[in-house]
Design a protein around this ligand. Structure first.
Ligand code: CTP
Ligand code: MG
Length: 235
């Protein structure tokens, strides 16, 4: 597929209501600068450019001014108030989408993953033609140890059976909304694919992208020049 392959109509929800505790600092990471603009602005702009409509940005209560300032210059997004967990923030976004009357495809994305290649969106939309959900994954390259409570090795996991899961995750809107509504509120979920899978929805795995890595720690916010090894020691 080329960079300009047409995409079907889809809505998007960007979740940005977290506190960024692991990144620390006075300002939640989504409002910190990264590559010349607020972290949150990168993924919202990428989804806007890909044609997401409606485009909902889920933020914490009271963060409206910060969000509008961080998203200055980006047209056509709407703010929604999120919840105490990521799952609750997504649910709030889905309910707002339902009230707004959305297309039957939705991409749910972390604001903390700023570098969103269009090719991933294309792969997700393709897979959604034959599945209720589609998620970008990458292989695990290290071997995996299962840890005991006392910090010794209890066993090993087969890395061939495991994948690293990223966002955006794409869903048939009706299926993911029903799955979230059916979810046991007492439990949390790591992501929305888990919520859909718990409702027996089929989730396709498509190729992810290292650029979608999540900004989690303060160091991730810092620009590090990736100097090719052969240049080290020169000039
Ligand atoms: N998120 C959210 N609502 C929450 C918690 C998280 O919308 N109650 C969003 C975050 O803003 C982020 C994404 O979910 O874009 C992924 O979460 P994570 O990287 O864990 O961000 P935080 O929860 O903010 O960070 P931390 O866990 O370190 O506090
Ligand atoms: Mg978190």
């Amino acid at each position: 597929m080329t960079d300009t392959a047409p995409l079907p109509p889809f809505a998007a929800i960007v979740v940005a209501a977290g506190k960024g505790l692991r990144a620390g600092g006075d300002v939640p990471k989504q409002f910190c600068q990264w590559r010349g603009r607020a972290l949150i602005a990168h993924s919202v702009a990428a989804l806007r450019d890909a044609g997401a409509e409606p485009l909902l940005v889920v933020i914490a209560q009271g963060a409206e001014d910060d969000a509008h300032q961080a998203l200055a210059g980006i047209e056509g997004y709407r703010l929604v108030t999120g919840g105490a967990t990521r799952r609750q923030s997504v649910r709030a976004g889905l309910e707002a989408l339902d009230a707004a009357g959305a297309p039957d495809r939705v991409l749910i994305h972390d604001a903390a993953r700023p570098d969103l290649p269009r090719a991933v969106i294309e792969r997700l939309c393709d897979a959604l033609e034959s599945h209720e959900g589609a998620i970008p994954v990458l292989p695990v390259v290290d071997s995996l140890a299962i840890a005991s409570d006392v910090g010794t090795m209890k066993g090993a996991a087969r890395r061939e059976d495991l994948r690293r899961v990223q966002t955006p995750q794409a869903f048939r809107t009706s299926a993911i909304l029903a799955a979230h509504r059916a979810w046991n509120e007492k439990r949390d979920a790591g992501d929305d694919a888990q919520v859909l899978a718990a409702s027996s929805g089929s989730v396709a795995l498509v190729e992810g992208d290292e650029r979608l890595a999540k900004i989690t720690f303060a160091n991730d916010l810092k620009e590090t020049d990736k100097v090719p090894a052969f240049r080290i020691g020169q000039g």
